[in-house]
Design a protein around this ligand. Structure first.
Ligand code: GLN
Ligand code: ZN
Length: 751
């Protein structure tokens, strides 16, 4: 069989591209030097992939920032406000990616959105009524030719016109359907030019097809592809999907004149069933996404072969379930990770070998590889924690419900805390200044002792508490100075997590994350946050919020296990965090915040699956954490998105006593949702945007509070910034919080 992949990571195995792009932003290297780094990284990828024995390589999966933005720019979909800056094409591109502020003007960036159900984010192309779609760029051709010059025949990849339209924003009167003809022409021009250059295949990515598709959606798809497929210019067309199955469009896709269909056998629950029940056309190639492109576990070859044996014999290409963009480069960069772990893991480079192994096994020459893989999976991967497994199994319905009811608790807590109206607080972290980070780095390098490290943080906590008392906040925090990252910090102190040194995954543009691996059963055998919270509480008579990361967020920002369900893994984490919450309570902490910023992130792509496959266990998992505390203990939570309209009831069902939200950026549209849904949970819709260094004035904040009070009953409202302050500087933080407190006092007087 033939082997191929959908795409490869591009940020560099040591994040070379990230650093080069950042240097370019700071004018430390030229565009030429940046281009050179990029070309080296592309060459390394092609050499690696070809060296691993993969038959069909791809090109144009590289990007300086984001491939959706690349596609838009290739087709002249660039809003006027960027064109008017008259920058070089590269700078115009970066202006769209991250905004531009300089002598040529001042514009904000395009908005950024989550890429389907991944932690990657793409830039949202904007169509204006006079956007003239035409082929103006050359990136896809240049990169094809560049590979060819190195002796590699590649299959150029590009986002397909249908997903492009569905992922874009339409700023004027026109809608997606108004651009069909122009897009067909532009894509056809791409086909023609690639064919001229000598390409034999092109890959059009259409991940949008795995979402729920209406008839109008399929009609638009047909209107784009019917004409396109009648003018292929001799090129073979691979229609590539990923992140799910194509149950709504399978009949359509198999009836159209595609030369290959790329289907996901990992997340596509229905993929195999569709092929078996409906058949697969003999005149097309099936690009079978068999190796999981999203997670870091080594594949179980027998399970994969089981699927492969059920597929048609002659027309299958072995591929990954999605682009390998979503996994780190290679285990070769993890010298500190013990072989006993590594042998179960597989990053991008190792996944290439899995593909060729399977290919060899199918060809009858892969016996050794198969035997080794079977031997690996014959033994248990880790030692189970039976006590935890039993504990999860014996959870009862009542464990997920806090008593007494929300209303009764609210009355009890009102007496308990006796807070003023519009109580003020913050989300938890205070600025992680250079000194804070330096202290941690020194400790990690062994340059200071644990005592010295802790003492520094205690001093910071003291300073932070004094500041909050001075400006008059009502509910205080300790500042989270001891935390590098809200998931890693907890993972490091719980059994069951693994950490890597270089396993970076691109989150957007130049930003990467290094998620931990949930390796085994999660267990808490020692307090995690108690010492810091108790110390902070000892410094003040005001209530000190304990600060925990919620189980759903810990799971969603890690590489999850696949041998047990996400639900079960999350419940294990929830029990660990529950134990921590009870320990905080026992030690005198009366308000506990359980952050769930990532709760929305893993909503299934099909709306019909939202509850049954996710919220029905994720919301109870959150509730489990706080279900056993006293009625006098107040549970807070925090979420980072402003788009909640569609799951607002699920959020209320988290049954927290107080929730803080990001709200200011979405112009407080959240407030209407809160009003309409009769949201019961007391709520702090962020009164200013912490993502920008801008300081809101006292009057501005007072105005925002008045807006909130128009929609949410006074007794339900809390006043706070819209997220943690760790990424901010001290100066703007001090001034902003002072204004928030002053504004709140001003409004209280007017009540
Ligand atoms: N408590 C965390 C903080 O303030 C919450 C962070 C978040 O929402 N991402 O940093
Ligand atoms: Zn937040």
């Amino acid at each position: 069989m033939t082997t191929t992949i959908i795409g490869y990571p591009r940020i560099g195995s040591h994040r070379e591209l990230k650093f080069a792009v950042q240097k370019y932003f700071k004018n430390k290297i030229s565009a030429r030097e940046l281009a050179q780094t990029a070309a080296e990284l592309r060459k390394q990828n092609w050499d690696t992939i070809s060296g691993a024995g993969i038959d069909q390589l791809v090109s144009n999966d590289f990007s300086y920032y984001d491939t959706t933005l690349d596609t838009a720019n290739l087709l002249n979909i660039v809003p006027k406000r960027y064109k008017e800056l008259n920058l070089s094409p590269l700078d115009e591109y970066f202006a769209q990616a991250r905004g531009y502020q300089g002598d040529k003007g001042d514009v904000t960036a395009l908005s950024m959105k989550k890429w389907f159900n991944t932690n990657y984010h793409y830039l949202v192309p904007e169509f204006e009524d006079d956007t003239a779609i035409k082929l103006v760029g050359s990136k896809i051709f240049d990169e094809y030719q560049e590979a060819k010059d190195q002796g590699y025949q590649t299959r150029p990849v590009i986002l397909g016109p249908y997903s492009l339209l569905r992922l874009s924003a339409f700023e004027g009167q026109k809608q997606a359907t108004d651009y069909t003809a122009a897009l067909v022409n532009a894509y056809e021009a791409i086909f023609e030019k690639l064919a001229d250059l000598g390409a034999d295949w092109i890959q059009l990515d259409e991940p949008q097809l795995v979402k729920d598709q209406s008839e109008a959606d399929l009609e638009l798809f047909t209107d784009l592809y019917k004409p396109l497929l009648s003018n292929k210019h001799g090129l073979k067309i691979l229609l590539q999907t990923y992140f799910g199955d194509v149950r709504d469009s399978y009949d359509l896709l198999t009836s159209l004149d595609f030369d290959g269909l790329g289907l996901d056998f990992h997340e596509g629950d229905e993929t195999l069933n569709l092929i078996q029940s409906k058949g697969f056309p003999a005149d097309k190639l099936l690009f079978a996404g068999i190796i999981n492109g999203k997670n870091i576990w080594k594949a179980n070859y027998d399970q994969k072969l089981d699927i492969l044996h059920k597929l048609p014999k002659d027309n299958v290409v072995l591929s990954t379930s999605c682009s390998l963009l979503h996994v780190p480069y290679t285990l070769e960069n993890e010298p500190d990770l013990d072989e006993k772990y590594k042998k179960y893991l597989s990053f991008a480079k190792e996944k290439l070998t899995e593909l060729t192994d399977l290919d060899h096994v199918l060809a009858g020459s892969g016996d050794a590889a198969l035997k080794a893989n079977e031997a690996l999976f014959a033994k248990p991967r880790y030692e189970e924690n039976q006590a935890i497994i039993d504990k999860v199994a014996s959870l009862k319905d009542s464990d997920f419900h806090r008593q007494p009811s929300f209303e009764e608790r609210a009355a009890i807590q009102k007496k308990e805390f006796n807070l003023p109206e519009l109580p003020t607080t913050t989300i938890g972290s205070f600025p992680q200044t250079r000194e804070v980070r330096r202290n941690r780095a020194k400790y990690k390098r062994g340059e200071i002792t644990k005592e010295q490290y802790d003492q520094f943080n205690r001093d910071k906590i003291k300073e932070c508490v004094e500041f909050q008392e001075k400006i008059g906040l009502d509910v205080l925090v300790h500042g989270e100075y001891e935390r590098n990252d809200m998931v890693e910090y907890f993972g490091e102190k719980l059994d069951g997590f693994l950490f890597t040194s270089n396993a970076w995954v691109q989150s957007y543009g130049t930003r990467c994350v290094k998620p931990p691996v949930i390796w085994g059963d999660v267990n808490r055998n020692a307090p995690i946050t108690v010492a810091e919270s108790v110390y902070a509480q000892s410094l003040t008579d005001k209530p000190m919020k304990g600060m925990l990361t919620g189980p759903v967020t810990i799971l969603n920002w890690s590489f999850p296990r696949e041998d047990i369900s996400k639900k079960e893994s999350t419940l294990q984490i929830a029990l660990a965090i529950q134990a921590e919450a009870l320990d905080l309570e026992k030690n005198g902490i009366k308000i506990i915040q359980i952050d769930e910023p990532a709760l929305r992130e893993k909503l299934p792509l099909r709306k019909s699956d939202w509850y049954t496959r996710y919220l029905d266990w994720a919301i109870p998992a959150f509730r489990l954490v706080g279900s056993k505390v006293q009625p006098t203990t107040q549970i807070h939570t925090h979420m980072c998105y402003s788009e909640f309209g569609d799951i607002i009831d699920a959020i209320d069902a988290m049954d927290a006593d107080v929730i803080s939200f990001e709200a200011s950026r979405a112009d407080l549209t959240l407030l209407d949702t809160l009003q309409k849904s009769h949201f019961k949970t007391h709520v702090g819709p962020g009164v200013y945007d912490i993502h920008s260094p801008r300081i809101p004035s006292e009057n501005e904040v007072a105005g925002t509070i008045h807006k909130i009070l128009k929609k949410v009953p006074l007794q339900n409202v809390w006043i706070n910034p819209d997220c943690g302050l760790k990424t901010r500087g001290t100066t703007e933080t001090t001034a902003s919080l002072e204004n928030v407190v002053a504004a709140t006092k001003q409004v209280r007087k007017e009540l």
